[in-house]
Design a protein around this ligand. Structure first.
Ligand SMILES: [Zn+2]
Length: 275
């Protein structure tokens, strides 16, 4: 699933491709992809919109229009946005097509169909419940200490909670906990101040490096969960220390990486380095 680094890569890749281009037509092949407003209103309202600004909040892409409206896109499991220079016949996984004034097209593809698009005047309508951005000045150890203080839930589950930290998912939670040397099953309120400080820094360090590497592309039988708009893959999977490395030696201590399930998610850690 695309997480913060993958979505950030998308926003940065799409900005030069879409900036200043105008939508002249919208076709929806799978109505449930459109979350807000209804499909008819969405198609009508997209026509004439001109892409102006490109941002991200958590795992949401925020494509700001010259009109002041915002197109939000959440890629969820397998969503992709591709920009073509000329009209292209949609494949079976293409659920939304925007025609552009210069003859280009934007395709939203999603084999699992869990992704969603919103066109809203105020993004807060969608984003209200999100917690802190990992790179915000307000995301500090004091914030995390306050959020963890009364929580007996595992630190892994708390890192995945989008109302605490926006944008961290399964990959970057595991990698951050490894870097901080914290066992993923530890209850949130059992972490010391020093551990929380290490974890806050680890989250930022891991996400920064992952953005530099354009995110992580994970292959299963040749199918990638994530590719950039250009079709290129991210490179951070080559630097994963624990994620999906079950049974392989820890890069620090050479003990075998273990896999457990926490919060219904596969969780990877080193039993020696993360006690
Ligand atoms: Zn280790």
């Amino acid at each position: 699933m695309p997480e913060l680094p993958e979505v950030e890569t998308y926003v940065r890749d799409l900005a030069p491709l879409l900036q200043g281009r105008t939508v002249t037509g919208a076709t929806i092949f799978w109505p449930r992809i459109i979350a807000e407003p209804n499909v008819e209103q969405f198609m009508d309202a997209m026509i004439g919109q001109r892409f102006a600004t490109f941002g991200r909040r958590g795992k949401y892409m925020l494509l700001g229009m010259e009109s002041g409206d915002t197109l939000l896109i959440h890629l969820r499991m397998t969503g992709r946005v591709i920009v073509y220079a000329q009209p292209v016949t949609p494949d079976k996984h293409t659920h939304v097509v925007f025609d552009l004034a210069d003859g280009g097209q934007v395709h939203y593809q999603d084999s699992r169909k869990f992704g969603r698009l919103w066109l809203v005047t105020d993004p807060a309508f969608v984003l209200a419940k999100l917690g802190e951005e990992p790179f915000a000045a307000t995301f500090d150890a004091a914030y995390l200490v306050a959020k963890m203080a009364s929580r007996t839930t595992s630190i892994k589950a708390l890192l995945l909670d989008q109302s605490i930290i926006a944008g961290v998912g399964n990959i970057y939670a595991d990698e951050s906990l490894f870097l901080a040397g914290i066992h993923p099953a530890r209850p949130g309120n059992s972490l010391t101040q020093t551990e929380i400080e290490r974890l806050q820094l680890a989250v930022q360090t891991v996400l920064t490096r992952a953005i530099e590497q354009h995110g992580s592309s994970l292959g299963r039988s040749g199918i990638q969960n994530y590719a950039r708009p250009s079709g290129e893959f991210g490179g951070f999977q080559e630097e994963h220390k624990v994620f999906q490395r079950t049974g392989e030696p820890c890069i620090t201590c050479e003990q075998a990486i273990q896999r457990i399930v926490l919060a219904q998610r596969s969780t990877h850690f080193c039993p020696h380095c993360q006690q």
